[in-house]
Design a protein around this ligand. Structure first.
Ligand SMILES: Cc1cc2nc3c(=O)[nH]c(=O)nc-3n(C[C@H](O)[C@H](O)[C@H](O)COP(=O)(O)O)c2cc1C
Length: 349
């Protein structure tokens, strides 16, 4: 067993266990449409066992950052179809990551005037980049009414249906990094007193119901995955004692039969607890290099390894790992800058 051993995740067969992490690259246009650069970028990385795209908005309300893509209209679907075709032409597999920013948003980055939504009306600490006004604090959100929550959940189902029409092999729910699903999971951001807040069971409800909506839309749980980042200090969240809540979530979603649970390591050891609590396939990412990846697979601590920054700087990461060749270092200055520089111009061996 090594990184190059094939793997089946739900209804999708991977030729290796090297997964490209979802990474926002801010190269879409202001209407959330991916460009031809994006087709080239993902196409160049198609020998990954699985590509997971950057976080992609389920609706205008779900958008909060500059130049990020969506999957809520026909123009976006058509652009994503070119991406999935490019990856499939090379025999690759690609999931889209569905993202709703919730309270992590600024009006200068949005095409609608309404305030962002969140479980509770609590502004997230921190600043975000806007092209028009530079760094800005996150906007003040309004709390979702109980009666509205089902329609936000339904958006994830509709986006799943559109993603499959765009040719994606599957769909990952972004329940990490402090965005809307993570805001529901977190007692810091979720102070609701109805069935979506308070107890662990109530805080986990939004994510579970969202997965159920996605499964119904896909007609198969084998095309649905979920990413979590327990304990991540980011976007105003800081839940250091969250492992029991994530164990409960893992136990609740195990019977759904998802393609996978994807855990980003944050240093609190949640990936160890979730390996035990979750019965399906586990993807683990966060700071992996070759040696540790092999060891993690051999010891059965994960079924596949997720690489983020190494994939930014090494389009041929799979080949480099295979040959034990040196890796190029990614330049953070071009992570989110517009245009081709730092996006499609890292050389291959
Ligand atoms: C530029 C950049 C953008 C990212 N955007 C996302 C994102 O859209 N969705 C997500 O779940 N994680 C995102 N992440 C986190 C990565 O998926 C991954 O968990 C993280 O980079 C750790 O893996 P690494 O150490 O291999 O880079 C991003 C990371 C980077 C570096």
């Amino acid at each position: 067993m090594n990184l190059f051993t094939p793997l089946t995740l739900g209804s999708v067969s991977l030729r290796n266990r090297i997964v490209m992490a979802p990474m926002t690259r801010s190269r879409a246009d202001t209407k959330g449409v991916p460009s031809s650069l994006t087709t080239e970028y993902y196409g160049a990385r198609a020998d990954a066992g699985l590509i997971i795209t950057e976080g992609t908005g389920t609706s205008e309300m779900g958008m909060g950052y500059a130049r990020t893509p969506g999957i809520y209209n026909d123009e976006q679907i058509a652009a994503w179809k070119l991406v999935t075709d490019a990856v499939h032409a090379k025999g690759g597999k690609i999931f889209i990551q569905l993202m709703h920013v919730g309270r992590i948003a600024h009006s200068a980055n949005r095409n609608i005037a309404e305030a962002p939504i969140a479980p509770s009306a609590i502004r997230a600490e921190g600043m975000m980049w806007t092209d028009a006004q530079g760094m800005q604090p996150n906007d003040m959100p309004r709390a979702l009414e109980l009666a509205e929550i089902s329609s936000v959940i339904a958006e994830f189902g509709e986006a799943t249906e559109r993603a499959l029409r765009a040719g994606f092999d599957g769909v990952e729910l972004h329940a990490a990094s402090g965005y809307l699903p993570n805001q529901f999971l977190s007692p810091g951001a979720n102070q609701r007193t109805d069935i979506y807040g308070g107890s662990i069971e109530n805080r986990n409800r939004f994510v579970i119901e969202t997965l159920q909506a996605m499964i119904a839309a896909a007609g198969s749980a084998g095309k649905i995955g979920i990413k979590v980042s327990p304990g991540m200090k980011f976007n105003g969240l800081d839940d250091q004692d969250c492992i029991p809540a994530y164990e409960a979530l893992a136990q609740a979603i195990s019977p759904l039969g998802l393609a996978y649970l994807h855990v980003m390591r944050t240093g609190i050891g949640a990936e160890v607890a979730l390996r035990k609590a979750y019965t399906g396939k586990l993807l683990v990412g966060g700071g992996f290099l070759r040696e540790e990846s092999e060891k993690t697979l051999v010891e059965g601590r994960a079924d596949a390894i997720v690489f983020g920054t190494p994939f930014i700087a090494n389009p041929d990461l799979v080949t480099r790992l295979e040959l034990d060749a040196p890796l190029q270092k990614a330049d953070p200055a071009t992570f989110y800058s517009p245009g081709p520089q730092g996006y499609i111009d890292y050389p291959v061996l």
